[in-house]
Design a protein around this ligand. Structure first.
Ligand SMILES: Cc1cc2nc3c(=O)[nH]c(=O)nc-3n(C[C@H](O)[C@H](O)[C@H](O)COP(=O)(O)OP(=O)(O)OC[C@H]3O[C@@H](n4cnc5c(N)ncnc54)[C@H](O)[C@@H]3O)c2cc1C
Ligand code: SF4
Length: 352
């Protein structure tokens, strides 16, 4: 564990139900961003391009545009000239919130080369950035299958609950929801075949230069069961006095509980450890070049076999409109990696 730079650790979610449901975890990014915009500041974060092919950094100065940045995009975001734009805003004395994954925060700090009192950096804890190439091939196959263009994608759709999240793809012909344990792109992402080489040796796990870190609070049911309503809880870590002061101003607006860092990260090893590079990673990329997407999918995107008792529990939850986590909690990031690294693929079937 990396207890360096930890001031306070919280489990939290925002009170606005709709904004929380449109956020990946508890919506704390939105609360912080609204606060900065309310003070006349600027927010930088990651948006999808209009053709859904690319994630990129976007500068927002109006609350009505915040929706572009809300939600996780499971792609490496293009930085382009963003660092230069941030520097310009800072030098003009504007209050700036910069959000991204740890290596992007560290990159910005290196680029700036000095501290700015008007800069707040928030990182989202990150288990890795998947290959842009895989996403392009996946979208091609999807658009061909449904004979329509991809118009929008929600990588963290909570229609079946936060822990049972799925991907919602809206094409010009059809809207498709696939649970994460059945979506080929998510399966290859979560099984770590397609991550960038640096993600297997992520230096941003050791050198945290952000003021606040945000993550999913996996394991909340064991630590603050009363907060586990199935709609998403954020893990919030303050790392600097500036970040801690900012968050303390926002705490009264949220549902929040102070927790011990060591307890909070037990099921979220992405906060402090890189994932292991799968032995088949190089073969995966060779296959991606020479096989059809259908063959790559069959070989690498192996759906989870959901035990009968969990399927029944899920069905009951759906019928009673409960949004609680059902029985698929084992498939969350943290547990999935623990299962993979420590117990093998006991729950995974070989059938495509
Ligand atoms: C690639 C990736 C991997 C992640 N891995 C984990 C993990 O292993 N464990 C875990 O607990 N949490 C992980 N997260 C973080 C988690 O999904 C939520 O982003 C976090 O809990 C904040 O949620 P929220 O509800 O407060 O806000 P949301 O509205 O859901 O988050 C929006 C924030 O995410 C940023 N963002 C979105 N997409 C990207 C991107 N492609 N690159 C950089 N920043 C982006 C936006 O700029 C904004 O700051 C990951 C996020 C990403 C993007
Ligand atoms: S795992 Fe590390 S190197 Fe990879 S994208 Fe995330 S922060 Fe960057």
């Amino acid at each position: 564990m990396n207890t360096l730079n930890v001031i306070n650790t919280y489990a939290a979610y925002i009170n606005d139900y709709d904004l929380r449901m449109n956020s990946s975890s508890g919506g704390i990014f939105t609360e912080i961003a609204e606060h900065i915009l309310g003070k006349g500041g600027i927010v930088y974060g990651v948006s999808m391009s209009s053709d859904c092919r690319q994630a990129f950094f976007k500068r927002i100065d109006d609350i009505k545009d915040l929706g572009y940045l809300r939600g996780s995009k499971y792609l490496q975001a293009l930085v382009g000239d963003t660092y230069k734009a941030v520097k310009k805003d800072l030098e003009q004395g504007l209050l700036v919130l910069f959000t991204g994954v740890g290596c992007q925060i560290n990159g910005l700090k290196c680029f700036l080369g000095k501290e700015f009192d008007n800069l707040i950096c928030v990182d989202v804890v990150c288990h890795g950035a998947p290959s842009q190439k895989l996403w392009g091939i996946y979208v091609d196959a999807l658009e061909k299958k449904y004979s329509g263009q991809l118009i929008s994608v929600n990588f963290r759709c909570k229609n079946e609950g936060w822990k049972n999240f799925g991907v919602e793809e809206n094409t010009s012909c059809k809207t498709i929801f696939t649970p994460k344990g059945r979506n080929p792109y998510m399966l290859m992402f979560l099984d770590n075949y397609c991550l960038r080489p640096s993600c297997y040796e992520c230096t941003a796990k050791q050198y945290k230069l952000s003021d606040i870190s945000l993550a999913d609070f996996w394991g909340i049911e064991k630590i603050q069961p009363e907060m586990n309503d199935g709609n998403g809880v954020s893990l919030v870590i303050t790392r600097t006095t500036r970040g801690d002061k900012l968050l303390s101003e926002l705490l009264p607006k949220m549902k929040v509980a102070k927790v011990a860092y060591e307890d909070a990260v037990k099921e979220n090893i992405a906060e402090f450890r890189s994932v292991t590079r799968p032995t088949g990673r190089d073969t995966f990329f060779t296959d991606l070049d020479k096989l059809t997407f259908e063959k790559v999918k069959k070989k690498y995107a192996i759906p989870a076999r959901i035990p009968l008792k969990h399927r029944l529990k899920n069905l009951v939850n759906t019928l009673t409109h409960s949004r609680d986590e059902g029985g698929l909690a084992f498939r969350n990031y943290g547990l999935q990696m623990v299962l993979k690294e420590q117990k093998g693929y006991a729950m995974i079937s070989n059938k495509a």
